[in-house]
Design a protein around this ligand. Structure first.
Ligand code: ADP
Ligand code: MG
Length: 320
């Protein structure tokens, strides 16, 4: 089982940012309103994610580290309509097999918090307010070959920040802060509008250079912002796609946007956009990739059309 977990870890965890992504998924699934990420040495020495969510009951703490332990789906029917970020019950088990993991958690309404040592399975009472802190130390300590593939701390940090940004753009109402080697490097306060979060976590220019998108096509709704950057500021890394709140990369979606932009941009500049697709969960399969970054639509054409029209309408409309 240890070996199977390590193999699963290879699929789920490529670098510190992959751990960050999984831990943020869990914190958001737990209903956190404030999430603090602490990193040391680009995340290789330490990744700690602290949330103020629901917490984990004492009796579920040790179980959470077992492979396929998930509190989120009970049946295949649930899998069809999964509304949480996690559902595979793999992440913590996988991380525990390739790093030193500990979990501190206090369940809502419980009178103590407990700390779980991932290696020994030992549980001891600690002081903590409601919520969970997951600490991951010495990533890939047992697999030096993997550790060798990591880039500099600065590069790994940049990937970690990008992982948080992807979550933050989907959840403006949640506050995020990121610390690295004891210094606060990013802080995005809970925002009441998506525009505010886009301005904070991307840039004021992103909002200034984009227009609102809001389009309904059949069972698909597309909202967000899309724009044309000033030539000088054109950057390829300002393209964000979400499906039911989950950041994804998808050929159907990017092709649809590219088609919409073709007439407007003549391929000279990289479009910038943050687009949020809302679709009936039964029309999209999110369980196609271990990292859940890919999805499969039941009807790719209807999604393509909706996205293309949404962006065309927005770019054609007077600036808003
Ligand atoms: P999954 O998210 O797919 O269920 P994980 O391995 O990521 O699997 O987590 C296992 C379980 O641990 C979750 O189903 C959840 O019950 C619990 N858990 C993990 N992190 C948190 C957290 N931050 N707050 C509350 N519960 C958590
Ligand atoms: Mg998870």
């Amino acid at each position: 089982d240890e070996l199977i977990s390590q193999i699963a870890a290879g699929e789920v965890v490529e670098r510190p940012a992959s751990v960050v992504r999984e831990l943020l998924d869990n914190a958001l699934d737990a209903g956190a309103s404030q999430i603090t990420l602490r990193l040391a040495s680009g995340g290789v020495r330490l990744i700690s994610v602290e949330d103020d969510g629901l917490g984990i009951p004492r009796e579920e703490l040790t179980v959470a580290l077992r492979r396929h332990a998930t509190s989120k789906i009970a049946s295949l029917v649930d899998l069809e309509t999964v509304g949480t970020m996690g559902f595979r019950g793999e992440a913590l088990a996988a991380i525990n097999s390739i790093a030193e993991l500990s979990i501190l958690s206090r369940f809502a309404g419980a009178d103590t918090a407990f700390a779980l040592d991932g290696r020994t399975g030992e549980l001891r009472p600690v002081a903590r307010s409601t919520g969970t802190t997951v600490e991951v130390r010495e990533l890939f300590f047992a697999t030096p070959a993997r550790r060798k593939f990591l880039k500099t701390d600065a590069t790994e940090l940049a990937h970690c920040i990008e992982a948080v940004r992807r979550h933050a753009l989907a959840r403006p109402e949640v506050g995020f802060s990121i610390w690295h080697d004891g210094k606060l490097v990013e802080q995005w306060r809970a925002a009441s509008t998506r525009e505010q979060r886009l301005a904070d976590a991307l840039s004021d220019e992103f909002v200034a250079q984009s227009v609102a998108v809001d389009h309904e096509g059949g069972p698909v709704r597309v909202i967000g912002r899309a724009g044309i950057p000033d030539a000088a500021r054109s950057r390829g890394d300002q393209q964000f796609f979400y499906v039911n709140g989950r950041f994804v990369r998808d050929k159907v979606l990017s092709h649809a946007v590219r088609s919409a932009y073709e007439d407007v941009l003549h391929g000279q500049r990289q479009p910038i956009y943050a687009l949020y697709l809302e679709i009936d969960p039964s029309r999209v399969d999110v369980n196609v990739h271990p990292t859940k970054i890919e999805v499969r639509f039941r009807d790719g054409r209807e999604v393509h059309q909706a996205v293309r029209h949404a962006v065309e309408d927005a770019l054609a409309a007077p600036r808003s």
